[in-house]
Design a protein around this ligand. Structure first.
Ligand SMILES: [Fe+2]
Ligand SMILES: [Fe+2]
Length: 311
């Protein structure tokens, strides 16, 4: 069998399993059930705050540190929703509508459209998780956040290029990286036993679908890449490490707003101290998905994988 036939066979098998696999079918009831809420259990793991060990944060009152974790959890969900709504779904629509040469096979369209349906459900899950938190924590006003760093960086890169095909290609790169890496982001919380159980369950359910999406997107990207011109292929390879950095980064524009909002003095100093320590700059540190993608596409893994190095 050729690579194309092997890929088509794999997409067919993934699509055939979708009715059994999709969490929108299997777990709608679980999410609708009311949950007990212990207000002393944190909403987000403290270890993932870039300033978790900063003395000015450690010395802050318990209630303020808990409030930071509540807003960190909301920001975590908002970042997922932005990735679904602003990055993945518009690109999925473009793939299904034939914007990128190489997407005309039904196996590609079917698998991508299924993923599009899943993403809309994921947005719903995370939106409801945020709503539940706002209710039980009786949140009033919240900080005004910038768009998530992953999306801000995509827009910044798109503003640097003048051709429409190039902007679409950048969105494809960001979507590809997001789809093969999102489980590393979800698994930050999906097995954590220190936080509200629901806050591990939602990422865990989401990750089940994304395990399939990662395989779909590797195959789809490989197919689309094979149909690109040499200039487009070079642009794709050059954009990959930028998309990886955007996906993995701590969002240093958002953290000062949270700290200020909950009334922790020295908010700016705390975050500036963290930014100076380059060991803090990445929230996601598992790049196995991107490494697999690069190998499948015959792109030098060292160019896209920041493992063990600062990117
Ligand atoms: Fe998703
Ligand atoms: Fe996905």
């Amino acid at each position: 069998m050729t690579d194309t036939e092997i890929g088509a066979d794999m997409l067919r098998r993934l699509s055939a399993a979708w009715p059994r696999r999709a969490t929108i079918r299997s777990h709608m009831d679980v999410l609708a059930a009311p949950r007990e809420h212990d207000p002393h259990v944190p909403d987000y793991p403290v270890k993932f705050l870039p300033f978790a060990e900063h003395p000015d944060f450690v010395d802050a009152p318990f209630e303020k540190r808990q409030a930071v974790l509540t807003h960190a959890w909301l920001m975590y969900n908002a970042r997922v929703i932005t990735a679904e709504e602003q990055i993945a779904n518009p690109t999925f629509a473009k793939i299904v509508h034939g914007v990128f040469p190489g997407s005309d096979r039904i196996e590609v369209k079917q698998a991508v459209q299924q993923a599009h349906v899943d993403e809309t459900w994921h947005t719903y899950m995370h939106m409801m998780a945020m709503h539940h938190t706002r209710e039980v924590r009786e949140l009033g006003c919240e900080p005004v956040y910038p768009h998530a760093v992953t999306y801000r960086d995509l827009v910044a890169e798109q503003e640097k290029v003048s051709d429409g095909w190039h902007r679409d290609l950048l969105a494809l790169v960001w979507t590809t990286v997001t789809e093969v890496s999102v489980n590393a982001y979800l698994e930050l919380l999906s097995r954590d036993e220190t936080i509200q159980p629901m806050h591990a369950l939602v990422p865990r359910l989401h990750a089940r679908d994304e395990a399939a999406h990662g395989s779909v997107m590797v195959e789809v990207a490989r197919e689309l890449y094979a149909h690109m011109s040499p200039v487009q292929q070079r642009s794709f390879g050059q954009a990959l490490p930028k998309a990886v950095r955007a996906f993995a980064a701590q969002d240093y524009e958002a953290w000062p707003r949270i700290l200020q909002h909950v009334g922790i003095k020295q908010a700016t100093d705390i975050v500036e101290d963290c930014k100076r320590d380059s060991g803090n700059s990445l929230l996601v540190r598992d790049f196995s998905g991107v490494e697999r993608l690069a190998r499948e596409m015959d792109i030098d893994v060292a160019l896209v994988s920041p493992t063990g190095t600062e990117i």
